[in-house]
Design a binder for this molecule. Sequence first.
Ligand code: NAD
Ligand code: ZN
Length: 355
Amino acid sequence: MFRNFRMVSYVVFGRGSFNQLDDILSRRRKDGGSVVVFCVDDVHKDKPLKNRLPLKSRDLLLWVNADVEPKTSYVDQLTKRVKEEAKSLPVGVIGIGGGSTMDISKAVSLMLTNTGSSADYQGWDLIRNPAVYHAGIPTLSGTGAEASRTAILTGPQKKLGLNSDYTVFDQIVLDPELIQGVPTEQWFYTGMDCYIHCIESLTGTYLNAFSKAYGEKALDLCREVFLEGGPGSEDKLMMASYCGGMSIAYSQVGVAHALSYGLSFVLGLRHGIGNSIAFDYLEEFYPEGVHEFRKMLEKHKIDLPRKITANLDEEQMNRMIDVALILEPLWENALGKDWKKKMTRDRIADLYRRM
Ligand code: NAD
Ligand code: ZN
């Protein structure tokens, strides 16, 4: 069966396009009593963006914290707050921030119409009811969360997304001005998430013309942004992130992502940095990609953390290997159908020990 892929319904792109949000939302607001929920990364609390939010009297503004990656308990807490304070079902949930905030807004929009805890829906196609209308506005580019059908959450048992057609945003607003001025390290690591999406998609066994078209374009844009730079870089990175997301949506990621999930679960590392740390040790799988990645590291003077697994005990190492091995489609994409013969626990342990 071929995947019948649900895409974002509406996209607006361009510098200053954020100003159109009021107009876009006015079509959702039925009357003066309609509530729109704004989930905004709290990094913007004291920034000019705060005064540009098109808030109406009954709207709710939730400052969302992304110091750690989103947890199911946090999503449940925010959903409860919205139910208590909005009093009626909101007509929209708007996520403004990086991948974490966008995922939180997707998850809250789903949990407003589905009962129980968000942890009950970590998996594939477990969501029963359509979400409240939800829109995503990136202020950090690379994850492709604006394009994907998942909202990645860490729950009590696992780190796994709420994957469903209902998860996909109804609207995204891609305004390159919003990603200006991100601190270099964060810009680099989230950007490398996109670069690694491209390499893993383009070298994978799941590759097809759809994924290749998006993946090649995204890779070209990443090269322009991270090896050349210059004016227009924000516009390019924003489109690279979107196209990289579209590429993996119809193929899969690979070894770096599988190992990175283990690093995140056991060591609490963020997605972008975890991918970068893992990728640097994967020359045997992605020789050209790793070589080019090192040029990018050097150009931007990024010092990758080293020896991060040096103090892990055997139990932690085993848990990390378990988490990585759950991600079977990633291994199959990277290494083929007989991947289990190629990727043993010992080989994964050896890769982790080098990091
Ligand atoms: P993030 O959203 O976790 O944010 C990282 C840091 O950057 C935070 O401290 C945040 O406050 C800050 N930040 C955000 N915008 C900023 C701005 N304009 N200026 C300065 N600082 C800013 O980072 P991310 O890399 O975008 O997202 C990582 C998350 O995305 C992880 O939780 C990961 O699991 C998830 N993810 C989701 C998908 C998906 O398809 N849904 C794909 C990949 C990753
Ligand atoms: Zn990723």
